[in-house]
Design a protein around this ligand. Structure first.
Ligand SMILES: C[S@@+](CC[C@H](N)C(=O)[O-])C[C@H]1O[C@@H](n2cnc3c(N)ncnc32)[C@H](O)[C@@H]1O
Length: 277
């Protein structure tokens, strides 16, 4: 297992998320999502649960003369989104809830929501809100992870967490994978009043320089950081090493290619349109 010689560990969880998890994971999903929604140059685009803004940034490369807005609950993620996206004002980042979007009905031609829906306390309400803010004929594209068993690296990670920190520890990560079938997303989109609903099962290949890198950034740059937040740094690093060692024991050799930790990551990507209100 290699160390972290070229990875800078200083920074807040949102900064580490943007620096490491976005390039390794969410940028891949964002490219796919934006491609499917295909914003036009003058479209107004909303990125719900934008995090540090990767989807909004990719969308703004297409909606050049339109307007792109990112919305998220977490002010720390938004601060990084604003910093990374530049101060030119091309993208507006707003703090708010997906369950109560602070926008007029019909305000956007495209609404995107990447890897956020599974966290919302009321998914139906959030999707109804997305539909409300779409103009007639507007398009939505939403992605969520599929069951954790379909993403072997994450599966080994949660089992390792349970072994080291107890069975409550992996709840957040397992929650990320709470959609069981593509049909679940399909039905939610239909119930929210969307037309032309299509859900694809998509696989991205994820690679980290080592198991230790993967585990470290799961435990430092995501809400799982709360698990170790009140421990001294030396203890936190020891737990991270122990979890990484368990993951290595649990991982199939196929995930350890040429020293890297690489595995398929499966998700469901839904697209639909707001036919009329
Ligand atoms: C896994 S991150 C995904 C961020 C971004 N879409 C990406 O792909 O990098 C999930 C995001 O959902 C946000 N979130 C969770 N619940 C939310 C809610 N009710 N309203 C708005 N954002 C929410 C979190 O703050 C977090 O930034």
């Amino acid at each position: 297992m290699s160390g972290l010689s070229h990875w800078q560990l200083d920074g807040s969880a949102p900064e580490l998320y943007e620096r490491y998890l976005v390039p390794a994971i969410t940028a891949k999903w964002a490219a796919d999502l934006v491609e499917r929604a295909a914003p036009r140059p003058d479209d107004k685009v909303l990125d719900v649960a934008c995090g540090t803004g990767i989807v909004a940034r990719l969308a703004s490369q297409r909606a050049r003369s339109g307007r792109v807005t990112g919305l998220d609950l977490n002010s720390g993620m938004l601060a990084v989104a604003r910093k990374v996206s530049g101060n030119g004002g091309a993208i507006e980042f707003i703090e708010g809830s997906a369950l109560d979007l602070p926008f007029a009905s019909g305000a956007f031609e495209v609404v995107l929501c990447q890897l956020g829906l599974q966290f919302f306390p009321d998914r139906r309400k959030a999707l109804r809100e997305m539909r409300r803010v779409l103009s007639p004929g507007g398009r939505v594209a939403v992605s969520v992870y599929s069951p954790i068993e379909k993403t072997p690296g994450a599966h080994a990670f949660v089992d390792a967490l349970d072994r080291v920190l107890g069975s409550e520890a992996s709840k957040i990560k397992r929650g990320e994978h709470s959609f069981r079938t593509p049909r679940e997303l399909e039905e939610l989109l239909r119930d929210a009043g969307f037309a032309g609903v299509k859900v694809n099962t998509v696989v991205q290949r994820i690679a980290f320089p080592s198991v230790l890198d993967y585990v470290r950034f799961q435990l430092l740059a995501t809400p799982m950081a709360a698990l170790l937040a009140d421990r001294p740094d030396s203890e936190r690093q020891a737990v991270i090493r122990e979890v990484a060692s368990e993951v290595t024991d649990l991982s199939a050799a196929a995930m350890l290619e040429g020293g890297t930790f690489s595995f398929p990551q499966e998700g469901y990507v839904g697209t639909a349109s707001a036919a009329s209100h």
